[in-house]
Write a protein that binds this ligand. Sequence first.
Ligand SMILES: CC(C)(COP(=O)(O)OP(=O)(O)OC[C@H]1O[C@@H](n2cnc3c(N)ncnc32)[C@H](O)[C@@H]1OP(=O)(O)O)[C@@H](O)C(=O)NCCC(=O)NCCS
Length: 85
Amino acid sequence: MGLYTNPFQKVSGVGKILGRLVIRLAFDILDLHTLKLEVMEDNERAIKLYTKLGFKEEGKLKEFVNRDGKWIDVIVMGIINPKHK
Ligand SMILES: CC(C)(COP(=O)(O)OP(=O)(O)OC[C@H]1O[C@@H](n2cnc3c(N)ncnc32)[C@H](O)[C@@H]1OP(=O)(O)O)[C@@H](O)C(=O)NCCC(=O)NCCS
């Protein structure tokens, strides 16, 4: 999964609301086992948000993306449905 807020509407807290909704839909309604995501290592804001939502780092894809000539690691994060533990 990945969260993308509207870049033209700078309303603080939207990411958190979206994230909680997605997790509720995935775990409480669809009863999925796990959610996984990939996030670029320099995307501090997204990593903080995903961590606050309960995602944990599960691995790293070394130099997976090239942006403007610079190789960037991509972090793999995941969360397990707490009802399945
Ligand atoms: C990543 C994204 C979804 C976050 O949504 P948001 O609405 O900006 O996030 P929120 O306002 O809900 O903030 C959530 C948390 O992020 C962190 N945060 C907020 N602003 C921050 C900043 N400028 N720098 C670092 N962390 C920040 C805080 O920990 C915050 O929690 P808190 O308010 O309890 O302290 C949004 O910025 C976005 O769409 N970015 C572009 C697309 C993208 O990169 N998506 C991720 C792809 S993997």
